[in-house]
Every structure is written in C-alpha cells, then in structure tokens.
Design a protein around this ligand. Structure first.
Ligand code: SAH
Ligand code: SF4
Ligand code: F3S
Length: 471
C-alpha cells in the first residue's frame, strides 16, 4: 500500500499542526489578538508581526477577551474592504469601553493610506503602523502603553523582513505562505497597492530557501511564494549570480520532492517561458497559475495601464497550455472600469469563453482615492450597470467552473491531505496540483495530514471534487 499512497514517514515529521496558539498559556503574561483582511500578503505579514511581538513577550490568543493588544491588519483594495474594517473597529470600541487598558492597533494598507488621519477618524485607535514599519511595533507599543497615540507609516525601499522567522498563525501544519518580495511598481491606474505598499523589492533567495527548508523540516508540505508580481522577482547574490523567478522556483523545488510549491500572483506581461518550463520540469511545482486579466478589451487594458493587449493575454494562455496541457488557470476580472462600453464588456465575456478559467475573483470597479484613475478619469459607469455586468461575468464563470470540475469526473489526482473536510471528520480534504479542492472518505487507510494520496473523482460541484482513495 505504501507505494500507492505515497505515505511519508520521517523521523522529524509532526503529525499534528504546528500551532502557535497551543503555546503554554503561562509563558506570556501579555497577550495579543490579530485579525487579518485582504490578500495573502497581509496574512503573511500578520505572521511576521506575530514573530516580532513574540520576541517582546506577547503571546498570541484567539480570544479577544484575553487580549491586551488588539490588532487589525487592513486592506484598502476596494471601498467595501475598508468599510468592513471600520465596522470591525466599532465592535472593538465596545470592548475597549469595558477594558480601558486594552490597546488597539491598525496595521497594513489602510493604515498606510490614511496615516495619522486614522487617529482623528477612529478615536479608539492607539497605534497606526504601515506594512514596512512593523519592526518599530515594540517601541510604538511602549509609547502607547504610556498613553500616547503613535504612528509609523514610513515606506522602505529595502525592508523585506528576510531575517524574521514568521510565527504560523491558524496553521493547518501542512501549507504555508512565504513572502518573496514586497511592494509593486506597476501602477495599474485602478490600484491602490503601489501607494500602500511602496516600491517593489525582492527578498534574498537564500533566506527564502532556508525558510522553505525549515517549514519542510517541521512537517509542512506546501509553500505558496507570495508577491504582487512574482515574475519580476530579481535578486543578485553576493557572488554576482542573478536569481530570476524561474531560478528561485527551481531552488525551492530542490528542497524536497515532497514539498509542493505554488505561487501568486503572476502578471501576464511578465510571466516567462522559463517559468513555464521550470514548472513543467519539476513535478512538485504545482501546475496552476493565477493570471489576472482584469479586462478582455485592449483599450480598457491600456486605460488600466496593464501594458498588455487582449491578444498578448490570449497568446500567454495558449503558451501555458502548450507547455502544460493540464495546467489549472484562474483570473481576476473588474467590471465597469472608467469609460467601459457595452461592447468592451462583451469582449471580457468573450475572452472568458476563450480561456475557460477554472476559477475567478470578480469585482466591480471601486474608485480608490489617490490612484491615477481617481485623479484623471471619471468613474462614469453607473453603479447599476457595473453590477449587471459583474453578474454576467459571475454567471458565465460559474458555468465554466461547473464544466471544468465536471470534466474531472473519472480522473485520478495526487492530493496533498490538508486536514479533515469542513463537513465531516470522516473525510479528508486536500488539493490536486491544479489547486482544486478534493474531498474523500478516510476509509481504513492509516493516513495523516501532509500525506500524498491518489484519489479518483466520482462527482463534482462547481468548487469541489468528490472522490475515493484508489490503489
Ligand atoms: N497584484 C495582483 C493583484 C492584486 S489586487 C495583480 O496585478 O494581478 C487583487 C485584485 O483586486 C486585482 O487583480 C483586481 O482585479 C482587483 N482590484 C484592484 N483594485 C481594484 C479596484 N479599484 N476596484 C475593483 N477591483 C480592484
Ligand atoms: Fe495593483 Fe497592478 Fe501592482 Fe497588481 S500589478 S498590485 S493590480 S498595481
Ligand atoms: Fe489589500 Fe493591501 Fe493586499 S490593499 S489586497 S491588503 S496589498
């Protein structure tokens, strides 16, 4: 059975999740609670913050009532994201009224965008810290404990937190995020990220590989390399060697054939054949690419400053499928960007028909203060039109997702077990290389999370494959 199930048995393997929250409750007399919103980078940053706070003697807690320090790591990408944070702060306010010593800190992109204004707008906030200033948290906390409101939103050209070993929060012990770069230089006209996260910079490759090795040694079996545009990763080593993203992928793939590698996000203008060939070469680099298109119309793409055309995008998708015929593909789409006509919206639907994405994140355009689009273009597509176009995009994608998942019925996939399925602890769940979630009964096999297993698919919904373990 062992060879069928690819069961991994190793000395250093921990069957259970590495759970920072299970730490000795008496080890720390001060406790912090952290809640994260937004993209994976923000969740990854919260793990860096947790590490910095640990060093200062703060232990993590899942229970708000236990916390002396409450942090909210925020997102500014759309207006709704910011509204969610404001609502959450209102809920914290009630708690603070009952617990006067409690400090509230706002971290992340909204902190960066609003800076000191946050302290005026949200009176309950004590600490405001931007994404590049987390090392100053201990000093800011000390000041805040002394009754002062504190802010540090300095952006950096160098900070990558390369030497900080993240404390894995809410971990399943199998999959982890690893930041490989920070910031973004692309200046898409709709996007707030270059303003909230500053200039792009890449982290030292050796520290990335070391972090992945350490995760593997602790029982983790999948890393997701994170950056806003991973294809522009670039680092020159002390000996002058040039490390591109393709090279980095290869170095991480060589940590162990049992360590799966994923990455996000790729940019259609930058993804190279080199990266695609590296993916095809190493079985443990997952065949899945998240390739945000945003729009299927060239004029709108230019208006967005995406710097590629519809044809360029379609050619990239074709290339991906030439090199990896079974590669999973997902995307991001924005409806109703400034000046978008009905015909241009149809181009987006038509591009979706041609690409047949397995999954997509779909949004209606939300104007963000300070962006080029906000300063130069009129947000002139009426809200109801944006909504209707978004619905058309979502309906089409749902159809494509259903078809894509249905097409997998009868196939057998190698799945990395992540843990019990949400519905039942008699079932395991995990992903196939294409990033599709697979659920299957545990049966009588002696398996653990972190093990690889072959699963034959019997049925499917539009977001889950359901199957059984096969020999
Ligand atoms: N770096 C990634 C995307 C990061 S933001 C990339 O370049 O693809 C994640 C997604 O949010 C974007 O791909 C886009 O689809 C969406 N988004 C960003 N700004 C937005 C805005 N102002 N309104 C609506 N959606 C937006
Ligand atoms: Fe934003 Fe564009 Fe950078 Fe992505 S590539 S983070 S959409 S500016
Ligand atoms: Fe949001 Fe900042 Fe990420 S704006 S999407 S948390 S980079």
């Amino acid at each position: 059975m062992a060879d069928i199930l690819h069961k991994v048995i190793e000395e250093n393997r921990q069957g259970e999740a590495y759970a920072p929250f299970a730490e000795d409750p008496n080890a720390y007399n001060k406790k912090f609670y952290i809640e994260s919103y937004g993209c994976q980078m923000n969740f990854s940053d919260s793990e860096i913050v947790a590490s910095i706070l640990h060093e200062e003697g703060f232990g993590a807690t899942r229970n708000l009532d236990d916390a002396n320090l409450v942090f909210i790591n925020t997102c500014s990408i759309r207006e709704k994201a910011e509204q969610t944070v404001r609502n959450r702060l209102q809920a914290f306010k009630k708690m603070k009224d009952e617990k006067p010593g409690m400090l509230i800190g706002v971290l992340g992109c909204m902190a960066e965008r609003l800076k000191a204004k946050f302290l005026e707008e949200e009176k309950l906030v004590d600490i405001v810290v931007g994404p590049d200033a987390y090392r100053s948290l201990p000093a800011l906390i000390t000041e805040a404990e002394g009754g002062q409101k504190t802010v540090n939103v300095l952006l950096s050209r160098e900070e990558t937190y390369a030497d900080i070993s993240p404390v894995r929060l809410d971990s399943n012990g199998v999959t982890a995020f690893v930041s490989i770069m920070r910031g973004c230089n692309n200046m898409c006209t709709f996007c707030v990220v270059p303003f909230t996260r500053g200039r792009e910079r890449s982290r030292d490759n050796l520290s990335i590989v070391a972090e992945c090795q350490d995760l593997f040694n602790r029982g983790f079996r999948e890393v997701t390399l994170l950056g806003q545009n991973v294809d522009s990763y670039y680092h020159t080593t002390a000996s002058g060697e040039e490390i591109t993203f393709a090279k980095l992928l290869e170095q991480v793939a060589l940590v162990s054939p049992l360590l799966r590698i994923r990455f996000s996000t790729s940019h259609p203008k930058d993804i190279t054949d080199d990266v695609l060939h590296t993916m095809a070469k190493y079985e443990n680099i997952c065949e899945y690419i998240h390739l945000p298109v945003q729009s299927g119309n060239t004029r709108i793409l230019q208006h967005m400053n995406r710097t590629y055309t519809r044809e360029w995008y379609l050619a990239k998708v074709k290339r991906i499928r030439e090199i990896m015929p079974d590669c999973g593909l997902s995307t991001d789409v924005i409806s109703g960007f400034c000046t978008e006509t009905e015909a241009e919206h149809q181009d987006t639907l038509n591009l979706m028909e041609q690409c047949r994405f397995d999954m997509a994140y779909m949004f209606s355009y939300s104007e963000r203060p300070g962006t080029l689009a906000a300063r130069r273009y009129e947000d002139d597509v009426p809200e109801d039109v944006k909504k209707r176009r978004l619905e058309e995009i979502i309906n089409l994608q749902n159809k494509h997702s259903r078809e894509s998942y249905k097409n997998d019925i009868g196939k057998t996939f190698k799945v990395l077990i992540e843990g019990d399925s949400k519905r039942s602890d008699a079932d395991w769940c995990g992903r196939n290389t294409q990033n599709k979630m697979v659920v299957f009964p545990k049966g009588n096999y002696q398996l653990n999370k972190g093990d690889y297993v072959n699963v034959k698919i019997n049925t499917a919904t539009s977001a889950t494959l359901i199957g059984e373990i096969v020999e």
